[in-house]
Design a protein around this ligand. Structure first.
Ligand code: SF4
Length: 427
């Protein structure tokens, strides 16, 4: 039997795309291989959101060149955001790559393999994996219409297109029947779900439909935009029992001029108001955010406003990145990447230090409490899962608890994870 290996970098949307592709490859009769070097079909699912991600993809392509040259029968495919809609120089730079596929466009590879293996590829790309994880992803809206000045996504994933509620609910039902307990509804801007559909459909109505799916225990969604996070969505999180109290709301920068230059469409004060509304309506909600340091023209004082917001809001999790110019974006065309690399690194270090201390204190409050954890599997010999607030929890137990909801008494806390043991009452 032939084998495949899918290597993925980037966001959860890329991970979801890879899962779908793996499912299709499985339906073509291929088995999952252990490494790129040994597999007959190698797929690199790429990301170009940051320069560092793109560098990793180029590194992997370079590493695989001699592998492919020694075994020309292997199929090497490059997929994801590195592949532009228009013809570019990729095929000239990497002539040993057999197939180039834009995000979610699996057909060229599936057709090629269908021909080689003599299998009809019709219907192979479906949502169903034979053995889906306990917690998995469902893309619900593709693309993004926002065109933030630093971001390449709208150029690579196109304009927003929502799947219907029925389509998403059917997929969630199939997944639940196969043992999935938690789904995360995905979109680059998930809060704008439904605006392109008939009727007054929004993310709140979709959450209500998925909340009704029998067998599912939890529902999450990623990633939000402050301008599209409506009261309807906040209300759905507050009222629906399976929708977890966790929201990832990127603010990107704390200074109003930088926010305007980024074309984010809100101010520092408006962002703070939104957070206040969320906290008022959803008691106990946990919050995550994404931010960028060292955007074009960012002065020390402007950076301080970002640091201040991180201190004031007290997020549970912060994903901070140093700005890097992405060719083709508005910022690349009109602005100068003028903050030196050392200074970006220093600013990143400050944010990380603040966040480590904030997260240490937030998590310390959980010491001695009992948390309901959905057990996702084993890592380094221990069971792991997350509580409703998306906190990673590790514990030891002899029985197989994968896919179960376990009450875990928290015995140790740190900034990035919690550790505990099965609560007495649950033994
Ligand atoms: S909302 Fe902005 S940052 Fe997010 S994907 Fe769209 S353009 Fe990029």
């Amino acid at each position: 039997m032939q084998s495949y290996y899918v290597w993925t970098v980037g966001c959860q949307m890329n991970r979801a795309d890879s899962e779908r592709l793996e499912s299709a490859l499985g339906q073509l009769g291929l088995s999952r291989g252990q490494s790129a070097r040994d597999a007959d079909v190698i797929v690199l699912n790429s990301c170009v959101v940051r320069e560092s991600a793109e560098d990793r993809v180029v590194g992997m392509l370079t590493h695989l060149k001699p592998v492919k040259q020694r075994a020309p029968d292997k199929v090497l495919a490059l997929m994801g955001c590195m592949v532009a809609p228009r013809k570019d120089t990729l095929a000239e730079r990497f002539p040993y790559v057999d197939v180039f596929m834009q995000p979610q466009q699996y057909d060229p590879l599936i057709e090629l393999l269908g021909e080689r293996l003599g299998v009809d590829p019709e219907g192979c790309v479906g949502p169903l994996s034979a053995t889906p994880d306990v917690a998995t992803y469902i893309p619900i809206i593709h693309g993004c219409d926002k065109f933030c000045s630093f971001c390449i996504i709208p150029y690579r994933r196109g304009r927003e297109v929502s799947r219907t509620i029925e389509d998403v609910a059917n997929e969630a039902t199939h997944l639940a029947r196969r043992g999935v307990k938690e789904v995360t509804l995905l979109g680059q801007n998930v809060d704008s779900y439904g605006h392109d559909l008939e009727g007054s459909v929004h993310l709140g109505s979709l959450l209500a439909a998925v909340n009704d799916v029998e067998g599912l225990e939890r529902v999450r969604f990623l990633t939000s935009h402050p301008n599209d996070m409506s009261d309807d969505i906040i209300g759905a999180v507050a009222d629906l029992d399976k929708v977890c109290e966790h929201i990832n709301l990127p603010f990107q920068a704390g200074d109003d001029q930088i926010l305007a230059d980024m074309r984010r469409g809100y101010t520092n004060a408006e962002y703070r108001d939104k957070i206040a509304r969320i906290r008022e309506r959803i008691p106990g909600v946990s919050l995550a955010t994404d931010l960028i340091v060292g955007f074009c023209g960012e002065s020390e004082r402007q950076f301080e406003r970002t640091a201040e917001l991180v201190r004031d809001i007290r997020f549970d999790k912060v994903h901070a990145a140093a700005y890097s110019t992405r060719p083709g974006t508005i910022a690349a065309r009109l602005m100068e990447d003028d903050v030196p690399a050392d200074e970006k690194k220093r600013r990143l270090g400050i944010i990380e230090e603040i966040q480590q201390s904030v997260a240490t204190r937030i998590n310390a409050r959980l010491l001695g409490t009992t948390q309901q954890v959905l057990v996702e599997g084993r890592r380094k010999g221990r069971w792991f899962g997350r509580n409703r607030n998306d906190k990673l929890v590790f514990f030891d137990h002899e029985a197989d608890l994968e896919g179960k909801l376990a009450d875990i008494e928290i015995q140790r806390t740190g900034p990035w994870s919690l550790q505990g043991a099965l609560a007495e009452s649950a033994r």
